[in-house]
Design a binder for this molecule. Structure first.
Ligand code: COA
Length: 155
């Protein structure tokens, strides 16, 4: 998969973005505030996406990370994450954050495998911000786990 910045004249890959977050309103808000990167295959078909969102001084968050269902589990999510971390380093951010639900078990595994640590829990996040209940792995998404990767001093 090749990865590049989404050009201004291109429309964002909404079906993929909504795979990571079912709220169109939240996706739209992230796109306005952040920078969208796309992963594409040899036929130039968009197969992956993430948005980098500056949040606080020196801190950037990876949101809307998603890989097309047909190619999940083949390492592309990890490739997108590593790319996002590299971009954050190039832009001199000190901390990268990513959030996921208490029910997102494989995402929690992946994020920890690339060096993120669970640093806080936003309790009841999904109850407050989403109208419909979300279930994954037979577990209701209730709390947002926030994970952090410290970039300071690493090249
Ligand atoms: N226990 C241990 N490791 C697990 C695991 C588990 N239960 N489930 C997954 N993993 C690991 C895999 O072993 C793999 O690690 P490895 O490369 O060291 O073997 C890694 O997690 C999966 O990596 P990858 O194949 O790169 O993931 P992917 O291409 O499927 O992308 C997502 C991951 C989350 C982006 C993708 O599944 C997706 O788009 N999901 C829907 C949208 C979404 O949930 N986005 C995240 C919002 S928070």
């Amino acid at each position: 998969m090749q990865i590049r910045l989404l050009k201004h004249e291109e429309s964002p890959p909404y079906p993929l973005l909504l795979l990571a977050d079912p709220s169109e309103e939240i996706v739209q808000n992230y796109l306005q505030r952040g920078t969208c990167y796309i992963g594409y295959n040899q036929k130039e078909k968009v197969m992956g996406v993430y948005v980098l969102l500056p949040t606080r001084p020196h801190t950037i968050e990876i949101v809307n990370l998603a890989v097309d269902k047909s190619i999940q589990g083949k390492g592309y999510g990890k490739q997108l994450l590593i790319h996002a971390i590299q971009i954050a380093k190039q832009q001199d951010y000190r901390t990268v954050e990513i959030g996921t639900a208490n029910s997102s078990l494989s995402q929690l595994a992946l994020y920890q495998k690339v060096g993120f640590r669970i640093t806080s829990i936003d309790t009841n996040f999904f109850l407050k911000h989403y109208k419909q209940p979300i279930y994954e792995n037979g577990i209701q998404a209730v709390d947002m786990l926030r994970l952090t990767k410290d970039l300071a001093g690493k090249t």
